[in-house]
Design a binder for this molecule. Structure first.
Ligand code: ADP
Length: 389
């Protein structure tokens, strides 16, 4: 429920209980809430804690009369804007006495009160209040939206800068590789240069694939090509290709896969991509020689994949944001900084396209991270190459 749905409040001020009761009965309706004050002092107390769409003031009260109360209301920031209807007993001449204080909306009504006249006067102020309140809510919404847009814009600019670096470095390495090969000297380790160039190209190609995937997912254009396969095979393949792609990985990888086959109807290539991404991060954010554990189990109709490392870990303040697109955790350990901050966002989207979920189970700085992917094992899914989305 938004603020705009809250009841509209008004204040009735009269020293006579029977008048308060009669006015309440006249104005009462759904969506309206009211407070009753028996004196000017009590009314001011109410105005300290509540905002009112209207104050209905009896002019003749013992002690502080209605005009005096209105004067004090107009002098205070909190109550200055509250519209006032004076209830006067005498002739309309009385109304003139308040001329000097007509800073805000003021109206008069004479006793004996005609119900319809009072209702229509009061309704004008209630409607005004409601419109003002809705405008304020819309303004707040716009302010929030505009702040979010500005943040997204900053993030995109940052991303473009990182993308520039990410593409430039391997391209420069490729260029110098080509220049070296051009020298046509027997002392040049051509095979080494070629394999380093191949790694550079693979890296750039992967970045571009990830970017295209993200764009496709955001436009709802990604298609899952589902087939029936053994998850153990997909995981083993992902681990093997990720390890061989990472330069001189000395990490110790433990694979804990159950002997009973876990069969899934899903997009196998996308599942390999999910696991490769998590294992790639585990390698990238762990020191050489670090241990990485990948396990698979079946639990309550779900295949559960866990990837755990003993690397640098993630600052608790950043943990809730690592699945956001373009989010790269800033770290003082610059040796680990590489990548665009789209890997986990893409993994999350791919997992969710499979109706699964991904969570960071545990992570602490210097103590490694554990990610868990849960995928439902629906056995009645079609196992052909149908485009499902
Ligand atoms: P990147 O391409 O920067 O690795 P990701 O989306 O894969 O982008 O990860 C987002 C951020 O989350 C990374 O910049 C990194 O700081 C952090 N992160 C992801 N995986 C790990 C991990 N296994 N250990 C420590 N930090 C990680």
């Amino acid at each position: 429920m938004s603020v705009a749905d809250d009841p509209i409040r008004f204040l009735l001020v009269d020293d006579l209980e029977e008048n308060l009761l009669a006015l309440t009965a006249l104005l009462k309706r759904e969506g309206l809430d009211f407070d009753l004050a028996r004196s000017g002092e009590e009314a001011l107390e109410f105005m300290l804690v509540n905002d009112y769409a209207l104050a209905l003031l009896d002019v003749q009260m013992p002690g502080m009369d209605g005009f005096e109360l209105a004067e004090i209301m107009r002098s205070s920031e909190r109550s200055r804007h509250i519209p006032i209807i004076f209830v006067t007993a005498g002739s309309s001449d009385v109304a003139r006495r308040f001329r000097g204080y007509e800073a805000g909306a003021v109206d008069f009504i004479q006793k004996p009160i005609e119900a319809e006249v009072l209702r229509s006067k009061a309704n004008v102020f209630f409607d005004l209040f409601d419109q003002r309140r809705q405008l304020a809510a819309q303004r707040d919404e716009l302010v929030t939206l505009s702040a979010a847009l500005q943040a997204a814009d900053r993030q995109k600019n940052q991303f473009l800068a990182v993308l520039g670096h990410e593409l430039r470095n391997p391209l420069m390495a490729l260029l110098s590789g080509l220049n070296l090969l051009d020298k046509d000297s027997t002392r040049i380790p051509a095979e080494e240069i070629r394999s380093s160039m191949r790694r550079g190209i693979t890296h750039v190609a992967r970045l571009i694939d990830d970017l295209l995937d993200i764009a496709r997912i955001e436009q709802g254009k990604i298609s899952l090509i589902k087939s029936r396969f053994q998850l153990q095979d997909a995981i083993a393949f992902a681990v093997q290709t990720t390890r061989s792609a990472s330069t001189a990985s000395t990490h110790v990888v433990h694979l804990d896969l159950p002997s009973d086959p876990i069969v899934l109807v899903a997009d196998e290539a996308r599942l390999v991509q999910i696991v490769s991404n998590l294992v790639g991060n585990a390698i990238r954010y762990s020191p050489p020689g670090g241990e990485i554990r990948i396990s698979l189990r079946e639990e309550q109709g779900c295949a559960v994949i866990v990837v755990a490392d003993e690397g640098i870990g993630i600052d608790p303040r950043e943990q809730s944001r690592i699945f956001e697109i373009f989010k790269q955790v800033e770290t003082a350990q610059t040796g680990y900084q590489e990548g665009l901050g789209i890997g986990l966002a893409l993994v999350k989207q791919l997992v969710e396209l499979h109706d699964g979920s991904i969570t960071l189970l545990q992570s602490a700085i210097g103590e490694g991270s554990t990610f868990e992917v849960r995928l439902p094992m629906l056995s009645d899914e079609p196992a052909n190459d149908t485009l499902l989305r």
